[in-house]
Write a protein that binds this ligand. Sequence first.
Ligand code: C2E
Ligand code: CA
Ligand code: CA
Ligand code: CA
Length: 275
Amino acid sequence: AKKSGRNRFAWFDQSMERDLQTRNDLESGLRLAIPRQEVVPYFEQQIDLATGRLHGFEVLARWEHPTRGTISPELFIPIAEETGMIGDLSLSIMRQALLAARDWDPSLSISINISPWQLRDAWLAQKIIKVLTETGFPANRLEVEITESALFDNLALAQSIVGSLKNQGVQLALDDFGTGYSSLAHLRALPFDRIKIDKSFIMSLNESADSAAIVNAIISLGESLNLPITAEGVEDAEIEARLRALGCAKAQGWHYSKPLSVAGVRRLLAERRLL
Ligand code: C2E
Ligand code: CA
Ligand code: CA
Ligand code: CA
């Protein structure tokens, strides 16, 4: 028994070592990938449910690794956060996305994701405004999505960053509402312009009465607070129809398409004469 115990440990050690190796590979790879612009923006359509029209896109990072293929942000964003690379990574994604989007139809908005870690950088607003100036993208067509988790460990700084951005006309969305550390008090802490319901509630809308009740409640809350709601994770027409009937303002998800590359967006916009 002792021997097999040791073997089990030996096996465990090896797999832990493999994980560490992968993590170290990813970390050193990411350090090079950011300046080489191997981490690129993809674009998820956001649809106005009342009119069915394309409102704009959420920007999602993808690492196009030369040998490993496309790596998910679920894997590399946490590494970027822990190693302090998240600021450079996000600004690089934002610069690339806005450079592409400035040629698109002026009715289209762009949403970017900001990690709570970036809200510890006292220069964040200035850095974002600099990218807007350099790319010539209008501030009032940019939206910043902030998740609730750890958002408030330095609330005063977060408020000042967000205040500078809103002065320029940048819009603010509360992402992943209903999950994690979410609390209704957060809604008052920062001047949000919209709420995004986390996809876990939307994807289970048809199977779970609880999810339906939660989605209903969030949409009513949005109505009372005058905050339009965006639903993410809309995968079929049935869910889309339910959300429209409930008065949800916008939807995004695989029902419309998987996130698109810059080339993919250009093809879509050319078809719709939005280029
Ligand atoms: P998020 O901001 O909540 O983004 C939504 C995620 O749900 C995206 O995953 C998107 O591809 C996925 N999704 C959208 N519609 C559907 C659907 O209909 N069905 C399903 N199953 N999934 C859907 P992704 O791209 O893997 O991003 C994961 C998370 O990584 C994002 O969650 C965001 O927190 C983070 N992230 C992605 N790009 C960036 C970035 O540029 N900067 C920062 N700071 N975080 C990012
Ligand atoms: Ca988001
Ligand atoms: Ca989200
Ligand atoms: Ca999320």
